[in-house]
Design a protein around this ligand. Structure first.
Ligand SMILES: Cc1cc2nc3c(=O)[nH]c(=O)nc-3n(C[C@H](O)[C@H](O)[C@H](O)COP(=O)(O)OP(=O)(O)OC[C@H]3O[C@@H](n4cnc5c(N)ncnc54)[C@H](O)[C@@H]3O)c2cc1C
Length: 410
């Protein structure tokens, strides 16, 4: 039976990121993924701020394109924030995970694709992990540390079947399409988010640019699986996606070419009550809710979590730690407050606000600078919202004075 120091189940950004870090100092790492290729599970829109590339040493080869504008469109309002420099990237999710897995191999680690985790158990003081290959063949290996990086499936620690209300669940689907160059140019360099009941009640939609040379766009919609305070939309997520194509992009086939349709469901543990470890099994990434539920951003947080977990795994392997309690403490300290606040903000925005309130919100945000918007959306610095309240009132007052003067002239 083959023995590894660490076996990581799930080659998403968290699992592959963790295996990459560990393999650099100790190549006795195995990364296991149920899909046979990275193109098969290419579900993420993968927008991220620019710092992600440098922080995780990602090459331009994993970038679809860069962006330097943000636009928010609601039922009756729209506003664009623009920067003179690049603000972020839309990654090619398949290439990102493939790159991370290749780095594991380059360091001497192993990557087994098309191999599904079945179960693990203790035998003779060892942790035996049972895997099943695509064709049905069973393989047993032993591991000193086993990592659950299976995302919302939480397949290894087996905690996804707890009470439904323990989780905040949301589903998203996305088209990758090729559009005429003149349409692509309108969306190059910017992330467009659609809020409000016209575009996506109980969630949001988006248009993100991809490879410019191919005129590709990612067009998607996502929503929470919860009851809304005001409305009960009957239409499917796909219906809203089609609405964006027809009503906003004004495209119908054959004006655009559909390259792929993908999607997934995320499962966030309310109040971050996930199980972070059990004995020598440790969970990372979306398996411990590192996705932020306000904007659904999870790639860099999963990779950051992978770096934290790797530090504890290395200490465990060289016997300077006997359990992963410190890991759980660090994770709760780091994410607890911000993530809980983001969850509350998300619930309010997507499940309680009326359409008029969302329009007013977009009007309010117009007084913010692009830097303030980046701080709110990507750093979760929500205090920026309140600091700008004065600016907003000043602007509103300016409009009122202007209207008053105009009415006096009449
Ligand atoms: C529609 C959509 C759009 C998104 N857009 C963005 C975005 O723009 N920016 C951003 O940062 N984040 C985005 N996210 C979130 C982001 O993609 C996730 O947070 C991130 O992928 C989580 O990484 P992970 O490695 O923890 O889990 P995952 O990426 O889910 O990876 C888990 C892996 O485990 C594998 N696996 C599961 N069970 C088993 C098993 N039994 N055996 C073997 N392998 C198994 C899966 O096949 C998968 O490859 C989006 C999510 C969705 C659904």
């Amino acid at each position: 039976m083959k023995t590894f120091d660490t076996v990581v189940i799930g080659a998403g950004p968290a699992g592959a990121g963790c295996a990459r870090i560990l393999a650099k100092s100790n190549p006795r790492v195995l990364l296991v993924e149920q899909h046979e290729s990275f193109q098969k599970n290419d579900f993420s829109s993968a927008a991220t701020p620019l710092e992600t590339l440098e922080k995780f040493q990602l090459p331009e080869a994993v970038v679809g394109t860069f962006w330097q504008k943000l636009e928010i469109v609601s039922t009756n309002k729209a506003h664009t924030w623009e920067s003179q420099t690049q603000l972020g990237a839309v990654l090619n999710f398949a290439k990102l995970r493939e790159f991370l897995a290749n780095q594991v191999k380059d360091c001497g680690g192993e990557v087994w694709l098309g191999c599904r985790y079945q179960k693990h158990f203790q035998e003779g003081g060892k942790t035996i992990v049972e895997l099943r290959k695509k064709g049905g063949e069973k393989i047993a290996i032993s591991a000193k540390v086993l990592v659950d990086a299976t995302g919302p499936a939480r397949a290894v620690l087996g905690v996804s079947h707890r009470n439904k209300s323990d989780f905040l669940t949301a589903s998203g689907i996305e088209y990758l399409i090729e559009v005429p160059p003149e349409i692509y140019q309108q969306y190059a360099n910017k992330l467009v988010f659609f809020l409000g009941h016209k575009w996506m009640p109980k969630g949001y939609s988006w248009i993100f640019p991809m490879e410019p040379e191919l005129n590709r766009l990612k067009v998607g919609s996502a929503r929470y699986h919860l009851e809304h305070q005001h409305i009960n939309p009957k239409e499917s997520i796909r219906w809203y996606l089609e609405l964006l194509l027809k009503d906003y992009l004004k495209l119908s086939q054959p004006q655009y070419k559909s390259i792929d349709l993908h999607g997934s469901t995320v499962k966030y543990s309310v109040g971050l009550k996930d199980v972070y470890y059990r004995d020598n099994v440790i969970a990372i990434g979306d398996a411990v809710s590192t996705i932020n539920m306000l904007g659904g951003e999870g790639i860099r947080h999963g990779m950051e979590n992978a770096a934290i977990a790797s530090k504890y795994i290395e200490q465990y392997l060289n016997n300077s730690l006997s359990n992963f309690q410190g890991y759980q403490r660090e994770m709760r300290r780091r994410y607890g407050l911000k993530w809980n606040f983001s969850e509350q903000m998300g619930r309010k925005r997507y499940m309680q606000d009326s359409d008029v309130f969302i329009d007013k919100g977009v009007a309010y945000l117009q007084s913010l600078t692009v830097e303030e918007m980046m701080d709110i959306l990507f750093e979760y610095k929500f205090q920026r919202l309140y600091k700008s309240f004065g600016k907003y009132l000043k602007r509103k007052l300016g409009f009122m004075v202007r209207d008053l003067r105009r009415s006096r002239k009449l």
